[in-house]
Design a protein. Structure first.
Length: 246
């Protein structure tokens, strides 16, 4: 599909996520590419740096490893007795591994143990969550990943089956049945991506336009899931939520 766009000689290519950006990068090094959202664009080699991208790619990053402490605080507020948390990660993603490190560092001061559950393919997901349950974790943090998003219902169902509090940085998981999400408002990012397209069409070079990081984070809570798990979500958390699913 990226090759087809190049053959059409489009003026700008806008991409959503790591896979699409990588495909566009392979297809052209001359047509400007605007990332609507991309986790760790430096780590994946899309840009040289956030401040000075160089090349033909720029746009927005959804790298939010610094939200780790907030995620643990939210889980602990819902389940004060929580002692073990697992993180579902794709080990191919450097940004996801960075989040695990951030969580483990924060967890030490909270008397929490953070475990890593790795999955690269859909077949790995069930094995990983089963291992999490056997490891007696009480909660599961799921990172934004193409494979995980595509199988978000499976993840939510497996988490519910094993009575795991599930928290993600993507609201799509909550809509699929996870307990909470706290992360980037992707819709807002694509609105901001339009600004990059505008500047490029007016003559700006993508390599000169700094990659922007998230400006807006949203909290979504699924009360239906909370009730099914027999949990009470603190009123203080509900008041901070951008949306509560009943």
């Amino acid at each position: 599909m990226a090759d087809d766009l190049v053959r059409l000689k489009v003026d700008v290519i806008v991409t959503a996520g790591r896979v699409a950006t990588g495909a566009a990068q392979k297809a052209t090094d001359t047509i400007p590419i605007v990332m609507g959202n991309s986790t760790d664009p430096v780590g994946y080699g899309f840009v040289k740096s956030l401040a000075q991208p160089g090349g033909n790619i720029t746009g927005l990053s959804d790298l939010t490893t610094d939200t780790g402490p907030k995620l643990l605080e939210m889980l602990r507020s819902v389940m004060p007795s929580l002692s073990r948390v697992a993180v579902l990660v794709n080990p191919s993603s450097s940004s996801q591994l960075l989040l695990v490190e951030s969580l483990q560092s924060t967890a030490q001061g909270m008397r929490l143990t953070v475990l890593s559950a790795e999955a690269r393919t859909p077949a790995d997901i069930e094995k990983a969550i089963s291992a999490v349950a056997q490891g007696k974790a009480g909660a599961l943090i799921v990172q934004r990943d193409g494979v995980f998003v595509d199988h978000r219902r499976q993840i939510a169902e497996l988490a519910a089956k094993n009575r795991l509090l599930t928290l993600s940085n993507d609201r799509e998981y909550v809509e699929a049945g996870a307990l909470m999400s706290y992360g980037v408002d992707v819709t807002d990012q694509f609105r901001r991506a339009a600004g990059y397209v505008d500047r490029i069409l007016k003559g700006a070079k993508p390599g000169d336009l700094p990659v922007e990081q998230p400006k807006k984070l949203e909290l979504v809570v699924n009360l239906k899931t909370a009730r099914a798990l027999g949990l009470t979500v603190p009123q203080s958390l509900l008041l901070r939520a951008d949306e509560v699913i009943q």
